[in-house]
Design a protein around this ligand. Structure first.
Ligand code: MG
Length: 405
């Protein structure tokens, strides 16, 4: 019987405490961007896409708490509700997993439940597929330990102390192993406690901890795409692969506001002195409103009026940058990436030119785009129609977004 039939949900320890020095300069690798999203966010989203995974206990380096929290903020509320508060890891991976297991035990005891099995996964394996996760979750319920493994295709050599070939390994007896690894919860915790008592501190996976304690460890099929992002080069390949898995979508936005008496208008987040103002519930920024609708349109996720109803008093006089920020966040929550926007302002006055660079700077900041990926244009309507008669302002926007297929 597969394990998830006995237990409606299976907890998972996500090991994210490493420093990742082999991946080059900069942030620890689990916080580096992969096609626009931190690796940890991609891994968490992939894991949480399977409803059987619950709860997730992340183990982090306490120095990374702000980076970690920024990742959690990028999950939607339903995903966040399945992630327990992070615990601090130790000096080694082995110590970090033990900290995660002890924390899971505490949370189970607090809820008066027991975990039959537990999954252990590395945050740096962001390409975990639904199929591999399913294989981990459907091992027989009497399994003590099972790990995803691949046959080795390269020929492997033993080397001697002088860096010369000593002998050729029998690769038929070798396997390359990955995570997620699956264990009986009580057995793995016992094995980790034994490992500490016998002085082991740096066993490189949990199967090794189980082997030390004398527990049997079996295999299930791994996935060659389930790579561990380790070296600088891994990131380059992963970036290309992630992009190849994204599909481009576009969204269109249009907004109008009528002139009324006043001394300024807001355009693209910039306050522009003018001999008229605009009639609006919020600040009446047609550029940012059209842009927000373009972003929401790309997600097929309603429109600005649906998310920020004019009937709602809290949006009276609201600064429109928050609407754009909201829509950009929705893109990130879907694992998507905004790659380009193009905007046209339609009016006789005011002139866009003097404020162009200021507006570009605002949109660049809000959208996380370089100004080379932001089209910003203005046109009159040749004195025709409501904009031509100077009765109001209009703007159009189009956004290009890459979304996971
Ligand atoms: Mg509007």
């Amino acid at each position: 019987m597969p394990i998830h039939h006995n237990t409606p949900s299976v907890p998972l320890v996500l090991v994210a405490a490493g420093r990742g020095h082999r991946a080059g300069e900069g942030l620890p690798k689990q916080y580096r961007l992969l096609a626009g999203l931190p690796v940890l966010v991609r891994t968490l989203k992939a894991l949480l896409s399977d409803a059987r995974i619950n709860p997730v206990q992340c183990v982090i380096n306490p120095d990374d708490l702000a980076l970690y929290q920024a990742c959690i903020d990028r999950l939607d509320h339903a995903e966040q509700s399945r992630v327990l508060p992070a615990v601090s890891g130790g000096q080694t991976r082995q110590q970090s997993v033990k900290a995660g297991l002890e924390a899971l035990l505490s949370s189970a005891q607090a809820n008066d439940t027991e975990f039959a099995h537990v999954l252990i996964h590395d945050a740096a394996r962001a390409f975990i597929s639904a199929d591999l996760l399913d294989r981990a979750l459907t091992i027989p319920s009497d399994t003590v330990a099972a790990i995803p493994a691949l046959a080795v295709t390269d020929t492997l050599k033993w080397v001697d102390g002088n860096g010369m070939v000593d002998q050729t390994a029998d690769r038929g007896r070798l396997r390359a192993v990955q995570t997620p690894q699956v264990f009986r919860f009580a057995a793995l915790l016992d094995a980790h406690r034994q490992a500490v008592q016998s002085g082991h501190t740096d066993l490189t996976d949990d199967a090794a901890v189980m082997e030390q304690a004398g527990y049997p460890v079996g295999f299930f099929d791994g996935d060659p795409h389930n790579i561990k992002l380790t070296l600088e080069d891994d990131f380059r390949m992963a970036e290309a692969r992630m992009k190849a898995c994204m599909i481009p979508v576009t969204g269109l936005g249009y907004d109008v506001h009528a002139f009324t008496s006043g001394d300024h208008v807001w355009l693209g987040g910039v306050r522009i002195a003018h001999d008229r103002g605009v009639r609006a519930h919020s600040d009446g920024d047609v550029i940012l409103h059209a842009l927000t609708d373009a972003l929401l349109g790309a997600l097929a996720d309603g429109d600005i009026g649906q998310h920020f109803p004019p009937s709602d008093e809290q949006w009276r006089g609201a600064s429109s940058d928050r609407f754009v920020q909201f829509a950009v966040d929705r893109i990130h929550q879907r694992g998507g990436r905004l790659v380009h926007v193009d905007i046209t302002l339609v009016c006789e006055t005011p002139r866009l030119g003097p404020h162009r660079n200021d507006i570009l700077a605002v949109i660049s900041r809000l959208c996380g785009l370089p100004t080379t990926k932001i089209g910003l244009k203005a046109t009159t309507s040749e004195k025709m129609g409501f904009t031509g008669r100077g009765e109001g302002l209009a703007a159009q926007a189009i956004a290009t977004v890459l979304l996971p297929d």
